[in-house]
Design a protein around this ligand. Structure first.
Ligand SMILES: [Zn+2]
Length: 240
């Protein structure tokens, strides 16, 4: 089987679609993963070993692990960042655009090529090949393409780290985005052939490593329309 990234024939690894470190706090006492389905009739998914699939060769797996290690340090507080909170908006600066963006793109792309039922709603079409090329070349692309809105989820004022939710397609202010919930965040990843533009481009990771996080209650998660209105207002607000 060829590796999905470099297309070379190779022994494939059982790759995590959602990186392994994001599961660390998610296993329950029986070492099962809490996976919350957005389809009510299917109830909660129970996955014994995380969501894995044979996708990548060893070399490509290693390549992704560099970006994952960086993202893991960011999410666990192991990278010095400048963080400024104003009510439910958190301004973050000091991120490494290249590594953090490539991490986000790698999750989106893997979910897009996965044949696991859990990722069936991620249909990237021609963007699959575009993303593969960017990842293969270590190229994070323009901040205006494939940007990601990040929402920090809280539940009873605690971080909402216990759940991975089935990803789905959403519309944000006329843009198509794919929604992932893992690691205590909602990640809305934009997939479009057009640049994002103002004002929403103020809310995704910039080339200089700045981004904003919106803190929301996990129970409001379904209301992405309200999220995007808030984002629009935030983008229009004069930046300090
Ligand atoms: Zn490969």
């Amino acid at each position: 089987m060829p590796c999905a990234l470099c297309l070379q024939e190779a022994e494939l690894r059982r790759s995590h679609v959602i990186p392994e470190f994001l599961y660390e706090t998610l296993y329950d006492e029986k070492h099962r993963l809490q996976v919350l389905s957005i389809i009510p009739e299917q109830g909660n998914w129970r996955e014994q070993k995380g969501l894995r699939e044979k996708l990548l060769c060893d070399a490509c797996e290693q390549k992704f692990s560099v970006w994952e290690r960086y993202a893991s340090l960011v999410l666990k507080g192991g990278i010095p960042l400048t963080v400024k909170q104003e009510s439910n908006i958190v301004h973050i600066s000091g991120l490494d655009y290249k590594r953090f963006k490539l991490f986000q793109l790698s999750v989106l792309w893997r979910a897009g090529i996965s044949s696991l039922q859990f990722f069936e709603k991620i249909q990237l079409g021609k963007h699959t090949e575009e993303l593969r090329r960017l990842l293969l070349e270590d190229n994070p692309g323009s901040p205006e393409r494939y940007g990601c809105f990040m929402f920090g989820l809280k539940h009873n004022s605690e971080a909402f780290t216990g759940v991975i939710m089935q990803p789905g397609k959403v519309r944000l202010d006329g843009h198509i985005a794919y929604r992932f919930v893992f690691g205590g965040f909602l990640w809305a990843m934009l997939v479009s052939s057009h640049d994002l533009g103002a004002p929403l481009n103020k809310c995704t990771l910039s080339a200089s490593g700045d981004t904003v996080l919106l803190l929301r209650n996990a129970s409001d998660m379904d209301n992405l329309v309200a999220f995007s209105v808030e984002l629009g207002q935030m983008g229009r607000a004069p930046s300090s």
